[in-house]
Ligand binder design. Structure first.
Ligand SMILES: Cc1cc2nc3c(=O)[nH]c(=O)nc-3n(C[C@H](O)[C@H](O)[C@H](O)COP(=O)(O)OP(=O)(O)OC[C@H]3O[C@@H](n4cnc5c(N)ncnc54)[C@H](O)[C@@H]3O)c2cc1C
Length: 302
């Protein structure tokens, strides 16, 4: 059993903390932003391995997380996870997506909006992030961990192991210039009775229904650090989404959100001395969270 400090309270930090506490470690989470203030809280958050590499590790982490979310959807309704059917729309016909092995019911469909050659229909976890992050923080506290607001100027010292889950801030905290923001904006609109998600990779455009609202996205702006939503961008997001889901016409806009995806040529998950780095999950931090947490737990125990 070790004393572990986790830096970061987004989905990656909290999942690692919950997992490490289950192994019997003593865990303290330190974070500048508390869970609901993070990029993780902005995520749509549909299970889909978007903008994260390398393929082989991402496939394994995605598969583990899919199973963990599927179990939560059935056994822990208060976690805010729902298994939902939907369709991914590639722009070119493809034989089989590289992530196909991670989902149990993938099927080709031609029931797609005009202009798309085909679609992949499958059931995916949809994670209602504000609810889920509250639940996950509750798990950390119930298991004896702590979560403290602290603006770190470097990775903490003094613990047996530090787990660095600071997302895009690892550019400074881990002196890693290869991690950079990919800004994403979404519009939250009222629920109009949708019970299927839609995702088109180019754009990117997606519509993800939740219990009381619908997340409509999105954008993908390399290197942009601003967290301020733009009204023009919101209009363009809604225009694109209407082509996918005409039922959205006239839906009331409830809110606008912006988050900074921590993009990196590859996810960094490795141990260097007493530090385990786990950041750079791009557009798939939720999708990879439980798989990565398992690997972090193994590295902490080494
Ligand atoms: C619009 C949008 C839609 C998305 N949709 C999806 C989706 O559908 N599915 C999916 O899987 N992913 C999605 N993502 C990606 C996902 O949100 C990210 O991959 C994920 O949130 C990264 O989590 P994280 O915990 O690494 O980082 P973050 O959530 O950014 O958390 C980082 C933590 O580090 C802390 N920190 C930073 N600097 C310091 C410091 N100096 N001192 C102390 N603490 C610090 C922060 O305060 C925070 O607590 C989306 C992202 C966006 C923006």
């Amino acid at each position: 059993m070790s004393r572990v400090v986790v830096a970061g309270a987004g989905v990656v930090g909290l999942t690692c903390a919950a997992r490490l506490l289950a192994d019997g470690h003593r865990v303290d989470v330190l974070a500048r932003d508390l869970p609901r203030e993070t990029t993780s809280a902005v995520a749509a958050a549909l299970w889909f391995p978007y903008r994260a590499l390398p393929y082989d590790r991402v496939l394994g982490w995605s598969r583990t997380s899919y199973d963990a979310f599927a179990e939560l959807a059935v056994q822990t309704p208060e976690a805010g996870v729902t298994m939902m059917s939907g369709v991914e729309l590639p722009l070119e016909p493809e034989e089989r997506p590289w992530w196909a092995d991670a989902v149990p019911d993938l099927a080709e469909t031609f029931l797609v909006p005009p202009g798309y050659p085909m679609g992949w229909a499958f059931t995916a976890p949809v994670v209602e992030m504000p609810i889920y992050l509250d639940w996950l923080a509750g798990v950390v506290l119930e298991r004896g961990g702590t979560i403290t607001r602290m603006n770190l100027s470097g990775l903490p010292t003094g613990a047996d192991v530090v787990v660095n889950c600071t997302g895009v801030a690892s550019r400074f905290l881990a002196s890693d210039p290869s991690v950079h923001p990919v800004q994403g904006q979404v519009v939250l609109v009222e629920q109009v009775g949708l019970d299927r998600w839609w995702l088109e990779g180019a754009g990117p455009t997606y519509v993800v229904p939740r219990a009381h609202d619908i997340v409509v996205g999105g954008t993908d702006v390399e290197g942009e650090w601003s967290r301020t939503p733009s009204p023009e961008v919101a209009s363009s997001i809604l225009r694109r989404a209407l082509r996918l889901v005409p039922e959205l016409a006239g839906a009331d806009v409830l809110a606008h959100r912006v988050g900074l995806r921590p993009a990196r040529p590859e996810v960094r998950l490795e141990r260097v001395g007493d530090v385990v780095h786990c950041y750079g999950h791009g557009g798939a931090g939720v999708t990879l969270s439980w798989g990565c947490a398992d690997e972090v737990a193994a590295l902490v125990s080494d």
